[in-house]
Design a protein around this ligand. Structure first.
Ligand SMILES: *Cc1c(COP(=O)(O)O)cnc(C)c1O
Length: 432
């Protein structure tokens, strides 16, 4: 650590071991996440190091955040330069980086004339802005009062985003949540039709918005059935409802295109009304955005109707611009498609009886296991020097940096070829 940092940290950041740090963590940090698996002190490229000096290949990237890996020189230089120039301004003012990032996002999203961006600091705030847009989309007679969201979806932990999130364990301790939200069964076209039907509208109100992920991340990297999104587009368009795609996890190149909806197999050529992004956008620096497509969506929130102190911060915007710039300069979308294909085909080809298959897109993948032993597999991976995530009891999520190389992907495949976990199946009781 530098002398300057040491002198202002009051000794709080003195070197310690994983075990010592973890003990301090449990006494100082609120226990919402459980104890940390390791305490990380450094990163470079696709690797991170823990406080004991052990190296790990990072296949989670801060949950789909560190798009350029760790300590990327271009990103670091862009952030440092902006920090040394102008670190923050109020929203009474604007900065070139903020304006530049808004224009860049609109361009990459293929957003039509009249589209606009609202900047946030996180994914959940990007979803909050979309939710507030939905509330403003009540229609002339105020009848569009329902917001639909998909079962299995994850949209964040603030109260509005939580209302859109279906998982009972996340929601119920915090009820009452903002009302008017209705969850529709995953991938069920008939159920979606019912939610928009004249009978449903007469009984429960019109639909203001339908919020969903184009590829569900937290649900275990679960793709929508083919054609579902196009169908949702038709129904929302006919009803004057907003089609809101939560691309907080899938955006910024993660699936091999700038946004997941841009892939014909996922989006079916639809153009949404709203897209939320965050995770990968700043390459690790907190920044999010709500992109409104077209004049109608872009003007739902008027002056004074929404705000944030830090959203659109110049350093965050510089991080976003640099991340997008490196993805483009280094052809990382191509890399995502290539390395993602290597990763999934080689893991499947390894033929471990524990592995049922690999699903997902680009570098957002889930390794489906044949038994509910994801926690054991994740622990074994960590011991072997790989950071992965047990996204479901029987599935491992891989969301590595977009800079992952094919050789590194083969290292991962070798781990999945060899991994074993203790057989925990209890032998059936014999008749005696
Ligand atoms: C992570 C995530 C969020 C929440 O983002 P935060 O930055 O954690 O608030 C919202 N939607 C999706 C799809 C996510 O994956």
């Amino acid at each position: 650590m530098s002398d300057t940092l040491q002198s202002v940290s009051g000794g709080a950041l003195a070197d310690a071991s994983n075990a010592a740090w973890t003990d301090r963590y449990t006494h100082a940090v609120m226990d919402t996440f459980g104890p940390p698996q390791r305490v990380l002190v450094r990163g470079e490229g696709a690797y991170v190091w823990d406080a004991d000096g052990r190296r790990y290949l990072d296949l989670l990237a801060g949950i789909a955040v560190n798009a350029l890996g760790h300590a990327h020189p271009t990103l670091t230089a862009a952030i440092s330069a902006q920090l040394g120039t102008l670190c923050h301004v109020s929203n009474f003012f604007a900065t070139p980086t903020q304006i530049g990032l808004a224009e860049r996002l609109l361009h990459l999203a293929g957003a039509p004339e009249g589209s606009r961006v609202f900047f946030t600091n996180s994914g959940t705030e990007a979803v909050e802005a979309a939710f507030k847009m939905a509330r403003r989309n009540r229609g002339e007679d105020g009848s569009r009062t329902r917001v639909l969201a998909l079962e299995g979806g994850f949209h964040g932990r603030s109260m509005g985003a939580l209302a859109l999130t279906a998982k009972a364990a996340y929601r119920e301790p915090f009820e009452p949540l903002p009302g008017g939200v209705e969850h529709v069964p995953f991938g069920d076209t008939a159920a979606l039709e019912e939610a928009f039907s004249p009978a449903a509208v007469a009984e429960r109100g019109g639909v203001a918005a339908f919020v969903l992920e184009p590829l569900q991340g937290e649900a275990g990297v679960r793709p929508l059935p083919p054609g579902y999104l196009a169908h949702a587009r038709r129904l929302t368009a006919d009803a004057g409802a907003l089609l809101v795609l939560d691309e907080v996890q899938t955006g910024v190149g993660r699936t091999g295109s700038w946004f997941a909806f841009q892939q014909p197999e996922i989006g079916g050529g639809v153009l949404p009304d709203v897209v939320t992004v965050a995770k990968g956008l700043g390459g690790g620096f907190p920044v999010g955005a709500t992109i409104a497509f077209g004049e109608r969506a872009a003007t739902l929130l008027g002056r004074g109707q929404h705000g944030t102190t830090f959203g659109g911060n110049p350093v965050a915007a510089a991080a976003g611009l640099a991340t997008l710039g490196v993805i483009e300069r280094d052809a990382l979308l191509e890399n995502v498609r290539h390395v993602g294909a290597v990763l999934s085909s080689e893991i499947e080809a390894a033929g471990n009886p524990l592995v049922a298959g690999v699903r997902g897109r680009g570098l957002l993948l889930a390794v489906q296991l044949t038994r509910p032993v994801a926690a054991d597999v994740a622990a074994a991976a960590l011991e072997a020097g790989f950071v992965v995530n047990a996204v479901a009891p029987d599935a491992i999520r891989l969301a590595p940096p977009l800079i992952l190389t094919a050789d590194q992907a083969r290292d991962v495949a070798r781990f999945f070829a060899a991994v074993t976990v203790p057989d925990t199946t209890v032998p059936a009781e014999r008749e005696s």
